[in-house]
Every structure is written in structure tokens, then in C-alpha cells.
Write a protein that binds this ligand. Structure first.
Ligand code: FMN
Length: 649
């Protein structure tokens, strides 16, 4: 008799699987695991990308529409909200798997497209519109004339290890995670290895901190492991405070058990019995998925007291952070966890010896910890085969900005940066010339287009005058003004500075003022202000070096990076703003001088009525004119003129 996933005594089966540490399963168990992992289906499976990008694109309504369609036609199918496949522009992504066939993926399935898509697929017709491709699977029959995902440039050149299940599995199902081999690495850890052996394995793998620190993870763990204490802590840094980054969020929303398993192994390795996930409170979906995952893991005995008879105890709690950039810095994070205001302290002592409540504490990034089950499961040698000698494994990048394929890209470390931007992400969105990329968040660097031919390794990035950062990359085309962008980041840093140390608090403020002054309307300046502006510009570099050398934490030390990385490469653009008072990208509107063409002006008076600063004068039905001293350069007159009579230079 054919069994369905509903017939399986899941808890009993999986308890057997995990408790007996089996390698060989009975035929019945094998079949049941295939059903749970969705390798084998009894009814069609429909998955809708419902991570943050999917939700914003309307995945909730798509799910409702799919359910209505199925109910009206009495069609049996399982509908699941999954994480993000990584193609943010394609959301809501809908994947459909019919029993025995390869899974198909479709882009931008909004409500009005649901019924025709399902009509077609249920009648074995594959519409080419919105089709992304099919997932290759040895046990499934492929669809004729449909590309496999690995044949599409976006996926084909990636090596998906950490995000391989995102957008593919049900993130709310621990059963699916276990059936796909999940928690085996943790069970192997507590059954077969000592604390130090796990630290050795991680050190041997060459894994380096994915937050951008690049610090060898195994080495860091050993410090805490060898520091005697009655209590140790493991903290997962899920603050993801870089505004351009969303790698950690995607892992937590798409494959939360991978992170929980990584935390379990890391806690064991350092001897911690208490772990915290410190996450920004805005990440509501990730928080609810993690809460559910922790409950499920405890339910199966992966958390709690004397886990599977190993003598190891572990509890994981979630702590919501305020979403402040500085709270991602490890010592500020610790203070925040202790219930105090998130402010950094000078190091040493490092948290590995004196951390949370003055106890040895290891703080690791979400992506770092998500690598751990893979390293333990497949071995350090397997892990080292990807990447370069000193930069092993993969790195996930979150690409956004003026790019064709915004989303998540996982590649081996050492991959050429230019290949990532052009071959995987497809280059600029409108085919406009690439001007630069911004990498590493607000404290990162801006690399001009001509300097992208470098491998993504910690060393090569540093030699090129930039940083790896946590993985946020913003693509910049010719329409973006570098001064405006740098000004944005400096304003952000100024607002995020905790104010504890003077170089950061005052330095970010002064740098913001200087950048503001070079993009401000020249008419507002008297002679004294002009002098101040020039003086400020001359001081930019020395101010930056004082901040770098004397700030208390990485926020102030790295805040000048966007300015310093552009002063050389985009010198002409700075000079145009400073001396010619011009913005070549036409972004700094305050530098514009608006004028009215008397030949074109009909005297309709709309511009005069809309001008917020009463700078437009004239008599109705006669040409109007602009009083430059009063004009703030807002451009409302330009936008409101129906006769193209207003222009600027
Ligand atoms: C201003 C500032 C913000 C930071 N924000 C984060 C963050 O959001 N997430 C993170 O993992 N690390 C962040 N870090 C780095 C952490 O201090 C710490 O080095 C990191 O969590 C260690 O993890 P790893 O060894 O796994 O890379 C930040 C550092 C600074 C200076």
C-alpha cells in the first residue's frame, strides 16, 4: 500500500532516526524519509517565496489566491510558504512540483497570474512567461525544453552550500530538515568528539568570521574553550546592522534549523550551556521562524538537559536588539544583552575571556555559525576544497542598487568580483555604464568600475584598498552622485555613533558638515562661509586619519572609509562640486541654477504659485523670471512647468 506523509508517525520515526544514530534504514523508514524530505510526493507541492522580499512583493495574497483556486477546483495540493530563493526581483517566486517530476520555478507570480499558471501546469503545459527553470534531481523526470536552474547564469556560477535549501524547503518543518540529514552533525559532535576536537576540526577547515572580521573561527573558539569558568556563553550576532546586507536574514527566514544546529555545535565546542541569538527587532519574520525552530528543536531533544544522554546541556534564547548599527559591535552587543545602553568598550580584554557577565563568551555571525554543520558533516578537508588556501569555503553576498539581478549570491571565496557583478548579477539594471560598487556597508569602501578585477579574498580586498565587509554590495551606475552617496553614509554614521568617544562623535558630525557644504547652494554663502568650506575640504583627510587612529571601536575607525576611498578615485567629481559648483549626475539639486526661457513661458503662473520660497516673479500671461538669491534649488518649478520653459545649468 502507498503511504503518504500524513500516515507517518513522524515523531516516532524521527526519534528513532536520531536516537539510534542509524546509517542504514529499513525500507519503510527510507520511504517515509523520502516523503518527509519531499523527494517523493503523493500530491502536488506548491511553494511560495515568503521571505521579506517575497512578502513585500505580495506573496501572502498569492498564497491566498492559490488556496482559493485549489478549494474551488477541489484540487489536492500542499501549499507552503518558503524562504527566499535569492532572486529578489523575481518575487513572489512560486515553485511547483508534481509527483515524480522536477520542480518548476516561476517569477513574479502575483494574484492575477495564479489561475492561468496552475491551469497550465496541472495540464502539463509549461508557460514560458515567468518561467525561471527547473531544479535538477536524479530521481525526478525533467520537463522537456525547460532550462535547469544550474544552466541559468544567476545560479550556474554560484556554489550554494549555506543557502542551498533556502526557497526549497519548508523552514517551519524540523521534520523536513531532519529527513534531509539535518542535526546529524550535532549528534555526531556530541556522540563522537570532545570539545577540543571540534575546535580542532573548525580550525583545520580554515573557516574565518563571515561578519567581515575574517578572524579564524576555530582559533577564537579555543580561547574560550581553554579559559576555565563556571559559565560560558555563545552569542549569535544576528544584528545585521549594515543597511545593504540581508544574507543573515535570508538564512534565518529560509533555513533556521541550520543556524540552530550551528549554535548547538559551537556551544558544545566552547563549553557553553547558554546561547543567545541577538537579533534586530525589525526582523519579525526571522524572529518568529527562529522561535518556532527553537521550540521544535527542544521538542526533539536537541536542546535541554543531558542532550541524548551526552551530559551536555544547552538552552537558546532570543534577545531583540534596537537595530542600532553600533549594537552589532561585539562589546556594545554584550552591554545591550546585559540590559545596559549599547556602547562599546576598549579591548582587550576580549569577549572570548571576559564577555557577557564577565564570563568567556564567543560571538559569531549568523553566516559563520551556519557553516559549522557543513564542516562537521562533510569534514574539514571537503570544506577546504572550496575557495583558496587562506580563504576557504564560500561567501554569501547581498547585491542591491542599480543591478539587474538583485539578491543573494553564494560563491567560493576567491571568485573574481567582476564576474559576480557582471556574469552572475547581470551588470547594471538599465545597461548604463557601471560607475562603481560599494562594498562593506556604511563603513565600507567605494571601488571604481575599473578596479573590480580582483578575487574576493580578505587579503586581495585589503590590497585593493577596500574591505570584504559582511557581504553587502551596492551597484552604482552613472546616475549616482558619489558625493551624495558618501554624504548619505556619513549622515548615517553620525546618527549611529553612540557618542561615547569624541573622535567618532565629533568627527562624523564634522565630516557630514563638510560634505554638506560642498553640495549646498553657493548663493547661501557669504565670504566667510566660502573660506570655511575650503578649509573643511582641506581638513577631510587629516580628520579621517585622526578618527581612524583614535576612535574607540570599529564604527568610528571605519566611518571615514567611504570618503577616503573616493577622494582619490573620484577626485574630479569632488573638484566639480567644490570649485565649479556642479553635479555631473544632477543629483545635488541645490547646486542647480534654474532659469526661465522667455520664449517658451506662457505666463501660466503655475511655477510662481508652487514655489515654496517665493522666488518666481511675473505678471500672468507674460514671461516669469526666477530671483536666484531666493531660489533654494528644490526644482518644484521645473517639475510643474507644462511648457518646458524652465531649465537649469
Ligand atoms: C560598528 C560595528 C558593527 C558591527 N555589526 C555587526 C553585525 O551586524 N553583525 C555581525 O555579525 N558582526 C558585526 N560586527 C562585528 C562584530 O563586532 C564581531 O566581530 C562579529 O560578530 C564576530 O563574528 P565572526 O567572528 O563570526 O565574524 C560589527 C562591528 C562593528 C565595529
Amino acid at each position: 500500500m502507498e503511504i503518504s506523509s500524513k500516515d507517518i508517525p513522524v515523531n516516532q520515526l524521527l526519534s528513532e532516526v536520531v536516537q539510534l544514530d542509524r546509517v542504514e534504514y529499513t525500507a519503510h523508514m527510507e520511504k517515509a524519509l523520502k516523503l518527509l524530505s519531499r523527494e517523493k510526493l503523493t500530491v502536488p507541492l506548491i511553494m511560495v517565496g515568503s521571505g521579506t522580499a517575497g512578502t513585500v512583493a505580495g506573496s501572502g495574497k498569492t498564497v491566498d489566491e492559490i488556496k482559493t483556486y485549489l478549494a474551488e477546483r477541489q484540487q489536492d495540493a500542499e501549499v507552503i510558504m518558503t524562504g527566499s530563493l535569492g532572486m529578489c526581483n523575481a518575487e513572489p517566486v512560486v515553485s511547483i512540483q508534481l509527483p515524480g517530476r522536477c520542480r518548476l520555478f516561476f517569477a513574479n507570480i502575483t494574484t492575477e497570474k495564479v489561475s492561468s499558471l496552475l491551469d497550465d501546469v496541472f495540464h502539463l503545459i509549461i508557460p514560458s512567461e515567468n518561467l525561471i527553470g527547473q531544479q535538477r534531481h536524479d530521481a525526478h523526470e525533467p520537463w522537456k525544453d525547460v532550462s535547469f536552474l544550474d544552466e541559468i547564469p544567476f545560479f550556474g556560477q554560484q556554489k550554494r552550500v549555506i543557502i542551498s535549501r533556502c526557497g526549497i524547503i519548508d523552514p517551519d518543518s524540523i521534520e523536513e530538515y531532519i529527513a534531509r540529514g539535518g542535526y546529524k552533525a550535532f549528534l555526531k559532535t556530541i556522540r563522537h568528539y570532545t570539545y577540543t576536537e571540534i575546535c580542532d576540526i573548525v580550525e583545520e577547515s580554515g573557516l574565518r568570521g563571515r561578519s567581515g572580521s575574517g578572524f579564524p573561527t576555530g582559533q577564537k573558539w579555543k580561547i574560550a574553550c581553554h579559559t576555565p569558568a563556571d559559565q560560558k556563553y555563545l552569542v549569535c550576532n544576528a544584528e545585521e546592522s549594515d543597511p545593504g546586507a540581508f544574507m543573515d536574514r535570508a538564512i534565518m527566514e529560509g533555513d533556521p534549523h541550520l543556524l540552530i544546529e550551528g549554535i548547538c555545535i559551537a556551544s558544545y565546542a566552547i563549553g557553553a550551556t547558554k546561547a543567545y541569538i541577538y537579533i534586530r527587532s525589525e526582523y519579525t519574520r526571522a524572529i518568529s521562524r527562529l522561535e518556532q525552530a527553537i521550540r521544535q528543536a527542544a521538542g526533539y531533544g536537541f536542546l535541554g538537559h543531558n542532550i541524548f544522554g551526552s551530559g551536555f546541556n544547552l538552552g537558546i534564547s532570543i534577545r531583540k536588539g534596537p537595530g542600532a548599527f553600533v549594537c552589532g559591535e561585539e562589546t556594545a552587543l554584550i552591554r545591550s544583552l546585559e540590559g545596559k545602553r549599547g556602547m562599546p568598550r576598549s579591548k582587550p580584554p576580549y569577549p572570548a575571556t571576559t564577555g557577557l557577565h564577565k564570563k568567556p563568551t564567543i560571538i559569531n555571525n549568523v553566516e559563520t555559525l551556519s557553516n559549522i554543520p557543513v564542516i562537521i558533516g562533510k569534514g574539514p578537508k571537503w570544506f577546504r576544497e572550496t575557495g583558496t588556501v587562506n580563504n576557504t569555503g564560500t561567501k554569501i553576498f547581498a547585491i542591491s542598487g542599480k543591478v539587474k539581478e538583485a539578491g543573494l549570491i553564494e560563491v567560493p571565496l576567491g571568485t573574481n568580483l567582476k564576474d559576480i557583478i557582471f556574469n552572475i548579477a547581470g551588470g547594471t539594471r538599465d545597461g548604463k555604464p557601471l560607475k562603481a560598487i560599494h562594498i562593506g556597508g556604511p563603513s565600507g569602501c567605494i571601488l571604481p568600475a575599473g578596479k573590480l578585477d580582483i578575487p574576493v579574498t580578505y587579503e586581495a580586498m585589503s590590497d585593493a584598498g577596500t574591505i570584504m565587509g559582511s557581504g553587502g554590495i551596492v551597484v552604482i551606475d552613472e546616475d549616482v552622485c558619489i558625493i551624495d552617496l558618501v554624504k548619505y553614509y556619513m549622515n548615517f554614521m553620525q546618527k549611529q555613533s553612540c557618542g561615547k568617544c569624541i573622535p567618532c562623535r565629533e568627527g562624523t558630525r564634522r565630516m557630514s558638515e563638510i560634505l554638506e557644504s560642498i553640495s549646498r547652494k553657493p548663493q547661501d554663502e557669504n565670504g566667510h562661509a566660502t573660506l570655511e568650506r575650503f578649509k573643511g575640504v582641506i581638513q577631510l583627510e587629516s580628520l579621517a586619519s585622526v578618527m581612524k587612529d583614535t576612535s574607540l571601536c570599529g564604527l568610528g575607525q571605519k566611518a571615514p572609509n567611504p570618503v577616503l576611498s573616493t577622494l582619490g578615485s573620484f577626485r574630479e567629481e569632488y573638484e566639480e562640486h567644490i570649485f565649479d559648483r556642479k553635479c555631473r549626475s544632477n543629483v545635488c539639486t541645490e547646486l542647480r541654477t534654474y532659469f526661465i526661457d522667455v520664449e517658451q513661458c506662457t505666463g501660466c503662473s503655475v511655477c510662481a504659485k508652487k514655489c515654496p520660497s517665493d522666488a518666481v516673479f511675473g505678471t500672468p500671461l507674460h514671461p516669469y523670471f526666477i530671483v536666484q538669491e531666493k531660489c533654494t534649488g528644490c526644482g518644484i518649478c521645473f517639475d510643474s512647468c507644462k511648457f518646458s520653459a524652465i531649465d537649469y545649468k
